[in-house]
Design a protein around this ligand. Structure first.
Ligand SMILES: [Zn+2]
Length: 267
């Protein structure tokens, strides 16, 4: 198990130097109940999924990654069941791993994104077409329990608490997800491509804007930050922020990036 700072350093290095040859999959770190796995898209781009283990030995994924065989995920979870995926959005690099889900698995996503995941709508994103060149179609998986989310929605999978926030911008149904184990104090925040930590230490939306609107993305992320602050200091305090393509950062860094003053909002 590597230290958190070490992990952040190594992930950041990968993001800074995206053209180095990469192994296809690498387990990055364990942080209590959370494992992080990064895949390398065409050996160039780090794509990160998060594996949360529940008290009942089931798995909740935050995104399923680019690998439709789920090699890295399976290596970590063994024969445990993936009970749910909470999807930040439906670009192919975040949903290809859904191919390894079994009937009954829950998929939490905004309705617009569920339509893509279930094959009823093609993504508006260019990436969708690009990925179809080299990945098999994973859009039609029978028996999934597709759960449309809405801003502020809360749910629990075994002992994992999930809370969803609208972060439309990168895609029409992008969302940011708070998750924690019920008995834990600390949440973790998963931003997908709505906010990625850049090498200058600033969070911004992913550079590959697809059906996004940049201003909408900015406004919505600021709103998410304010909503989290309003919901209590307990949540914002020490909150780690994990993204779809970069090293993790802190909630304070995130707030600073979007011009939200923690002091002003909290007092
Ligand atoms: Zn992405």
């Amino acid at each position: 198990m590597s230290g958190y700072a070490e992990t952040v350093g190594s992930l950041r290095e990968q993001f800074i130097d995206p053209f180095r040859p990469k192994p296809p999959v690498e387990r990055v770190f364990d942080n209590g109940s959370i494992s992080v796995i990064s895949h390398y898209l065409l050996g160039k781009l780090t794509v990160v999924s998060y594996i949360l283990e529940t008290n009942d030995n089931n798995i909740v994924l935050i995104d399923s990654g680019v690998d439709s065989e789920g090699v890295g995920i399976k290596a970590i979870i063994g024969d445990k069941t993936i009970k749910a995926v909470a999807n930040t959005h439906s670009d192919k690099d975040h949903i290809n791993g859904h191919a390894i889900l079994t009937p009954g698995a829950a998929v939490y996503a905004h309705q617009n994104e569920l339509d893509v995941i279930s094959g009823n709508r093609r993504s508006d994103g260019l990436l969708q077409a690009a990925y179809n060149f080299f990945t098999k179609s994973t859009n039609t998986i029978d028996g999934l329990n597709l759960i449309p989310t809405y801003d502020g929605m809360e749910d629990r999978v075994d002992d994992i608490d999930l809370r969803f926030f609208n972060a439309e911008g990168h895609t029409t149904g992008s969302q940011v997800i708070l998750a924690k184990k019920a008995q834990d104090e600390k949440y973790h925040l998963y931003t997908g491509d709505a906010a990625i930590l850049y090498r200058d230490g600033v969070f911004r939306a992913a550079p590959w804007f697809l059906d996004h609107k940049h201003k909408v993305a900015q406004t919505n992320m600021s709103e998410v930050i304010r909503k989290i602050l309003r919901s209590g200091h307990r949540i914002a305090d020490g909150l780690a922020v994990h993204t779809g393509h970069s090293a993790s950062g802190t909630f304070e860094q995130l707030a600073n990036s979007y011009g939200v003053s923690l002091d002003k909002e909290l007092h």
